[in-house]
Design a protein around this ligand. Sequence first.
Ligand SMILES: Cc1cc2nc3c(=O)[nH]c(=O)nc-3n(C[C@H](O)[C@H](O)[C@H](O)COP(=O)(O)O)c2cc1C
Length: 298
Amino acid sequence: MNPKTYAYLWHKSRGANRAEIIRETGLSPQEYEELERAQAQTLEQIKRDQHRSETIGPDFVRLTRYIYGGASAQMQGKPCPPVINPPSGELIPLPKVDELSEPTLSLKQAILQRRSLREYSAKPFTLQELSFMLWTSCQVNELRQGKNIEITRRQVPSAGSRHPFECHLLINRVEGIPTGLYYYHPIQHGLILRESGPDIAARVLEACQDQEMVVRSAFTLILSARPYRTAWRYQQRSYRYLYVDAGHVGQNVHLAAEALNAGSCMVGAFTDELLDACLGLDGIEEFAIYVMPVGKKP
Ligand SMILES: Cc1cc2nc3c(=O)[nH]c(=O)nc-3n(C[C@H](O)[C@H](O)[C@H](O)COP(=O)(O)O)c2cc1C
């Protein structure tokens, strides 16, 4: 979804009239009329769901209790989904983690010092430091294959070791890597360019509700979730696990950043439709779940 369509739906679903929407969004009258036609169904669905959205929280917790679960796709012998879904493209290899010098900050000190950091120095991250950050948070250290099951092991825990995430990076200031949006390949430990140039950074900034830290960082890690990877085994209960799993990644990012005299701030306030559009995701099969800017301390 593009920002204009989103702005139209946002105002319209709150009951704004034509004149107010045109004034607030900067749409031309012609664009407004086009959206009226093209978005009529979406708007109807939003209105239909508005009441449900007010009560979905307790219902979600209740209806994902075990008492409601039937036979999972795994129990039914349905094929195990792939452990990662990388895009095609040339791989930019990252330095191997066992070649990196180890940070000297103690774990106790890292935990003690950790605070959300929203202002960063202009000092770039080295490739080694980026490599270390990705190892702690996303890299696969073991790939296991069994009968109709394939799992990865990583530095973070995940329910059933399903690791339902893909990792995207908005690179702002990393030595040797041009700015742009990249996919991190967690098995081959390398980057695949998705989109180069400053335009993508501006769109990610807008999607993150103008929280400047996402573009002032050395890089911003964006996790997206593919729920079926976990739902294949745990059905709807998986949606609980997605968010718990994402938290583990976030804490490792915080502590690893601390060890590099850097910091992070978790970002949950983003506009789903816009961020998914930046990443080329459909918002259902895969959607953005957590954003983590990382930069050196000022
Ligand atoms: C799930 C989650 C979402 C968050 N979203 C935002 C955000 O969108 N913007 C922001 O500035 N901070 C965000 N934070 C950071 C919290 O505000 C911060 O962790 C909290 O104030 C405690 O401060 P501390 O991390 O320094 O201990 C988020 C933290 C979490 C865990």
